[in-house]
Design a protein around this ligand. Structure first.
Ligand SMILES: Cc1cc2nc3c(=O)[nH]c(=O)nc-3n(C[C@H](O)[C@H](O)[C@H](O)COP(=O)(O)OP(=O)(O)OC[C@H]3O[C@@H](n4cnc5c(N)ncnc54)[C@H](O)[C@@H]3O)c2cc1C
Length: 484
């Protein structure tokens, strides 16, 4: 196993800027018309500069534009529009707060743990509301369905059942969110044999790239004088006026140095997820990149198309193979396109230095062949020769040391700069579709002075207690040890 020092060096490394030549994500194989959008003249003074054009940057921009009558907003993106994790993920709309409940209740108490469950399920409903409001049901190929969580090892199943039992005991109104199935039911009703058991929960699947780019396009059309999106514009550094004299006005205290020149802003919003540590070096280790592997596989006619009714998560005890030095992270996730029957299948089987990385310019061949070999087996197929690999790619997630998102105003101890108008929403720990939309909305409302404490879980905030306790480099090292 890797030494703590080695892991610590990995999590604290500079993630760098998003690489200009990432692997080709199947979701983006037909780029949106606005993929390379830029203003003809680079805007250099804005009220809000949002760095990152994923779902979180979108949620912040949308809320600011809708809730503030005059605010000017620029979204800065290093690569093409929505080319980060949001354009490279598994398309699963599912909450994980139920299986995490026991740990959350023990760490934060039942009230906060219950709020996290509510937040994630409500966030998923808001995704559907967004899809309907922007007439994106067809284009995003959204499905409302049941997610079948399958537990491949007895310990995982026992832990899961205990967590759900505690959730239902603490919050009787949440009974029924999860329906537990025994191994026979999983085998007979869903054709997956040899498991320890399973559970069903309401969930969905979606084509996130198409959804987010569509909403960005609608916002640009609605707010042509207040919104600009600047793709291919990496933000190389951020400065506060205490170290740099802004020639425009002292009301715009921040200078964002970009590849296309400086931009002066009143407020800086970091929606850079796995790359957050590049512009915020003091956040390195508290948030670190985690590289995920995705495949699209064509089962041809060997299994029925269940894309309108079910998606799957396969949980197992994290594994380590001393010979290959590869870790199995404990989860495979799977959705099926109702249109094509293609499986969208992801999960990690990689060396630690491959996983704790912000380099999405390649995808390890052994990780892809692993995903090719295990998927047919879940459906009892030993002959894989008929299955085709349609695509494979990697993408960068943001993980926090305590497994929770980070949403709030950044203290100067984390920015390393004077000024108190830098904000962040990041570190969705692989569950962005259940967290990003409302985290971005909450962040924007906080910036506008609204109180969101009724619905934003307090544990997502950057409290002094969190920064002293669970959000630390040593916690990141031990959390990785338990995940990998
Ligand atoms: C392989 C994989 C599978 C996943 N599967 C799922 C899933 O099935 N379900 C689920 O809920 N979640 C999943 N996730 C997680 C989910 O995709 C993320 O949590 C979510 O998309 C994060 O959105 P975001 O907007 O915060 O970050 P991102 O979408 O990563 O956006 C951040 C953007 O910031 C840009 N950026 C960074 N630094 C700079 C800079 N200095 N200057 C300019 N631009 C910059 C990046 O290029 C990027 O576009 C998966 C992620 C991956 C990688």
């Amino acid at each position: 196993m890797a030494s703590n020092k080695f892991v610590s060096n990995l999590v604290t490394a500079d993630p760098g800027l998003p690489r200009p030549n990432p692997t080709q994500s199947y979701w983006q194989h037909i780029p949106h018309a606005l993929a390379d959008v830029q203003s003809s003249t680079f805007p250099n003074d804005r009220d809000f500069a949002i760095i990152g054009s994923g779902i979180t940057g979108l949620a912040v921009a949308k809320t600011l534009l809708e809730r503030h009558p005059t605010a000017t907003v620029t979204v800065l993106e290093a690569r093409t529009l929505c080319s980060g994790a949001t354009g490279r993920n598994g398309g699963q709309m599912a909450a994980n707060a139920g299986e995490e409940y026991m740990h959350l209740a023990e760490t934060h108490g039942p009230e906060t743990a219950g709020k996290i469950v509510d937040f994630t399920f409500r966030n998923l409903e808001k995704m559907h509301e967004l899809i309907e409001a922007y007439d994106a049901v067809g284009v995003s190929e959204v499905q409302r369905l049941q997610k079948l969580r399958v537990f491949l090892t007895p310990k995982k199943f026992e832990d899961f059942k205990a967590s759900i039992a505690r959730l239902e005991e603490d919050h009787p109104s949440k009974k029924g969110l999860y329906v537990i199935l025994d191994a026979d039911a999983v085998g007979q009703e869903y054709g997956i044999h040899g498991t320890a058991g399973g559970a069903l929960l309401s969930a969905g699947t979606v084509w996130p790239y198409r959804l987010i780019t569509k909403v960005f396009a609608a916002l640009l059309e609605k707010y042509p004088d207040r919104l600009t999106i600047e793709t291919h514009t990496p933000v190389e550094s951020v400065e506060h006026k205490s170290t740099f004299a802004s020639p425009i006005t002292t009301d715009l205290p921040y200078t964002l140095h970009t590849s296309r020149g400086p931009l002066w802003a009143r407020t800086v919003v970091h929606c850079t997820n796995g790359y957050s540590g590049h512009l915020l070096p003091k956040l390195r280790g508290l948030v670190h990149p985690f590289k995920g592997t995705m495949t699209v596989q064509d089962p041809k006619d060997s299994v029925p198309n269940q894309g309108t009714s079910v998606s799957w998560g396969f949980h197992y005890t994290p594994s380590y193979d001393p010979e290959t030095k590869r870790h199995g992270s404990g989860l495979y996730y799977l959705g099926q396109s109702a249109k094509t029957g293609y499986f969208y299948f992801g999960g990690e089987n990689a060396r630690i230095e491959e996983s704790v990385s912000a380099d999405d310019t390649f995808v390890a061949e052994h990780s892809v062949t692993h995903l090719q070999s295990v998927l047919p087996q879940f459906f009892g197929k030993t002959d894989q020769s008929n299955w085709g690999l349609v695509g494979s790619w990697s993408g960068i997630m943001g993980f926090s040391s305590d497994g929770l998102p980070i949403v709030g105003r950044l203290p100067s101890t984390l920015t390393g700069r004077k000024g108190d108008n830098e904000w962040i929403a990041a570190a969705f720990n692989g569950y962005g579709m259940a967290n990003c939309l409302m985290s971005g909305e909450a962040l924007a409302l906080m910036m506008l002075g609204e109180d969101v404490s009724q619905w934003l879980p307090i544990a997502y905030g950057l409290s002094w207690k969190r920064l002293q306790g669970s959000l630390t480099i040593s916690e990141a090292v031990s959390a990785l040890g338990s995940k990998l």
